[in-house]
Ligand binder design. Sequence first.
Ligand code: VGL
Ligand code: ZN
Length: 193
Amino acid sequence: MAEYSPSAQDGLIVVDLQVDFCPGGALAVTEGDEIVSPVNGLLEIPGWMKVATRDWHPADHMSFQAQGGIWPVHCVAETAGAAFHPRMNASDVEMVVSKATTRDAEAYSGFDGTTLADDLRAAGIGRLFVCGLATDYCVKATALDARREGFEVVVMEDAIRAVNVEPDDGKNAIEEMRVAGCAFALSSDIRSV
Ligand code: VGL
Ligand code: ZN
């Protein structure tokens, strides 16, 4: 099993660890809250850039069922459901990226419609460690875009969970990320030097 020591050329991206994606939320991911502890462990490690993305929709977002979309209303900007999970150590996050913020565009990836790729490059970052929710939507889209943007990507396998609209969606997403050149590791494989 590979071990990694984060450096200034590395970034941690915590994807959408928000109230609405955890049990009790509007679009709950089964066991979504189980990743809070491993994510906090990663956020405690010094020496790398820590980024969190958040789904941050207008109340009439196109992805909501009332607008013909497939999802219940979730992560409406400035509401309690859009907040980071209450146990997530969000104060350790240096850069918050809000996405899918306009009515007429969906954005599963943290790179979609944001300046994230340029911001990371400007900071000299070449390798990204990706964790969060959900494996089969925003984690997958973010990891695949990161590869397309030329970043090395390591997905934290114990710190992601899937929606599984279809039972194998999470498994298939992991395979897609692997084919795209993403590596996989456990949060316990990340050590500070
Ligand atoms: C997500 C469904 C709808 C996600 C966001 O963060 O994975 N999934 N919006
Ligand atoms: Zn959404």
